[in-house]
Design a binder for this molecule. Structure first.
Ligand code: PMP
Length: 370
């Protein structure tokens, strides 16, 4: 994200009166605080508290076994020994990119995608290129970065045809499943790694389903990259947060994770519907697709530009008391055209969603071309 946007959003985040519709945060109402504290206490007061000790870079075996069980429930049979516990999905992305894509290579990405991945790829000197219409081989890409189950920012799954073409292409795949457990209609589709384990790097996380502060995610690299991936992980930070791993493992063991996911799906689906109706009411000409999962929707105003462009709209919005994620940060070429934005429904109560949409509509009236 350009500096001026980040400065504006950081400043806005400090003002409690500004309704923050950006950021992609899980709902604070959904943090299982009591269960997490109990899991922490158990881990710390064990007679030999492994969670407080140094450990192996690949992660705690009991947690890897639970992650394998979870992946099996999605239709991907993975040996626990193949799972590398990482500091969030972000580190898994970093390790995969490091292994597959040297400086100057080319990564295939969607026209709008997760900014944290785009920034990471750019910083590593990787060129970002769109999916080709025709022959994948001609694109000469080191890998493709995709979110097959639930995309960010649109909250929808990859289409069946795109999925088939990608699998048939033979290209290496970074499968980011950060929101894959939060499809509103039930467990996400079978991961691509189950179809092409020899060239898919599967990336998962507990940030969206438990708490991002735990910093626990995971990577399943293809078998032939296992050692190299473990070394890269170790070189980065020795191991993922041991306390975070122990808390997650105990939570998964005690609480019945599938039931939690059911509750989260109902909760976030309701929030998505609230935001959708607020937008239809306040900004009737604006276009969006109803999300199938995740935390956010992608919104296109009824005009491709406005006075002051994207920055003008964000400034007017913050002035009216609402913030959003600018569309340009999701685009590989950073283009602010056509005007678009991502709005998150995940962390806001219905009345704030309604008021946020109202404020956004007021901001739009100030900057729209008439
Ligand atoms: N991938 C996607 C699509 C995301 O939205 C995010 C977080 N915003 C991440 C990866 C990184 O998540 P984590 O907290 O697990 O590092």
């Amino acid at each position: 994200m350009p500096d001026k946007f980040e400065t504006l959003l950081r400043e806005a985040a400090k003002r409690p009166e500004v309704i923050g519709m950006g950021g992609g945060l899980p709902s604070p109402r959904q943090f299982p605080r009591r269960a997490l504290v109990q899991a922490l206490a158990e881990a710390v007061f064990q007679s030999s508290p492994a969670a407080l000790q140094y450990a192996w870079p690949e992660g705690a075996d009991d947690l890897r076994a639970r992650i394998a069980e979870h992946m099996a429930s999605r239709g991907a049979a993975v040996d626990p020994g193949r799972i590398l516990v990482t500091s969030g999905a972000q580190q898994a992305l970093m390790v995969a990119a490091q292994l597959l894509c040297p400086r100057g290579s080319r990564m295939l990405t969607d026209p709008e995608t997760y900014p944290g991945a785009l920034e990471l790829f750019r910083a590593r000197g990787i060129d970002l290129i769109p999916f080709p219409e025709g022959d994948f081989a001609a694109a000469d890409a080191c890998a493709a970065y995709v979110m097959p189950a639930v995309g960010n920012p649109r909250g929808v799954a990859m289409g069946g045809e795109a999925r088939r073409r990608l699998l048939a292409s033979g290209v290496a795949i970074l499968e980011d499943d950060a929101y894959g457990d939060l499809r509103f209609d039930g467990p996400g589709p079978r991961p691509l790694c189950a179809e092409a384990p020899d060239r898919v790097f599967f990336i998962g996380t507990f940030s969206k389903t438990l708490a991002p502060g735990l910093r626990v995610g995971w990577l399943v690299p293809p078998e032939r990259f296992q050692e190299e991936a473990t070394r890269a992980k170790r070189d980065a930070d020795l191991q993922a947060n041991g306390l975070g791993q122990a808390i997650v493992e105990r939570y998964l063991r005690a609480e019945g994770f599938p039931h939690r996911l059911e509750r989260l799906r109902v909760f976030y689906r309701r929030r998505a519907k609230h935001l959708a109706s607020a937008i239809r009411r306040e900004l009737p000409g604006w276009r969006f697709e109803l999300p199938e999962g995740g935390f956010a929707l992608w919104l296109e105003p009824d005009a491709p530009d406005c006075r002051g462009g994207e920055l003008g709209l964000l400034e007017a919005a913050i002035d009216e008391g609402v913030s959003f994620d600018p569309g340009s940060s999701f685009r590989p070429d950073r283009s602010p055209h056509p005007l678009a934005l991502r709005l998150c429904y995940s962390a806001l109560d219905p009345k704030d969603l309604a008021e946020g949409a109202r404020r956004l509509a007021r901001a739009w009236r100030r900057v729209e071309h008439r």
